[in-house]
Design a binder for this molecule. Sequence first.
Ligand SMILES: Cc1cc2nc3c(=O)[nH]c(=O)nc-3n(C[C@H](O)[C@H](O)[C@H](O)COP(=O)(O)O)c2cc1C
Length: 328
Amino acid sequence: MPFTLQQLHAALAQRPVILAPMEDVSDAVFRRLCRDHGADLCVTEFVNVEGLLRGCQKARKKLTLQADDTPTAIQIYGSDPARLAEAAQVAEAAQPAWIDINCGCWVPKIAGRGAGAGWLRNPEAMVAMAKLVVDQCSIPITVKTRIGLGPESHMPIVDLARRLEDVGVAALTIHCRTAAMGHSGAADWTWAARAREVVSIPVIVNGDIRSAENADRALRETGCAAVMVGRMAIDHPWVFREARALLDTGVEIAPPTPEERIALCQTHLIANVAARGEPHGVRVTRRHLSGYLTGLRHAAALRKKLLFCDSLAGCLDILSGYGQEMAA
Ligand SMILES: Cc1cc2nc3c(=O)[nH]c(=O)nc-3n(C[C@H](O)[C@H](O)[C@H](O)COP(=O)(O)O)c2cc1C
């Protein structure tokens, strides 16, 4: 269900831990799993506005939110302001909690064509585009961007934050790297702190939040409203409940037990096969399994067996056999 602006701000005032939009990762199955493990808010994978407006099946599927998939925002990306505004209206009909505009994707085939981080080449144009989308939609619009293009550019993020607020953007997520950095190098959270100081809309800090302690420190050091977790969730979705516990009680909870690790492999495989069939559902789960099995005895041998198994029944047999060995 869509949030009002007040509801979005109230949700962001709770220091939520948010699942980042990640293409081919933050799908309906993974969002449910992260929510079950404590994610307070979720954002979909980015949706291409041209695909969406053409009625492309893949884009349309990404817009479908189940009744229990809430609060979830839909993220869109594109390079043409009018098309973004039009697509945002289509996305609005899917009743997301809010709509996020991707102004941070560094991948050359996207940023090179003026979408994603390409908007950072012309902050003026980014602000005008955001205004158009805000003006044409009736649910809250947020922007996710980076601190700048880098490495030689000055970092526009502080001024940009102020200007995005001025045109009615409801909240801002800052991935604290430059576009040139891609996903490497350390995120510099001080930029989120500087941007946060000049705006009254909520700022969500993102980049290198890899543990509950990181989430707690990022919120304390930046004064931001919320944290967004990307890659760590792929390997360790327990990060959400661990962060939630530390933020709420100041106490670190125990890491997942080996049994929980095995159970999550099973749950994720079953859910992905139900959503996608075999062998696709098994294959797309593999990127998670290695992380889920971290720290288990003979994890390398177990990973290898799973890597060569394309059937759900086979994977479940391997995992339950391992579980029995562990218990013996
Ligand atoms: C596989 C993958 C896919 C991603 N897809 C998107 C996307 O669709 N939209 C987006 O805004 N960012 C995307 N990102 C960036 C993440 O949302 C996040 O900003 C980035 O990974 C930094 O956070 P982290 O250090 O917690 O991973 C993606 C990142 C990864 C690793």
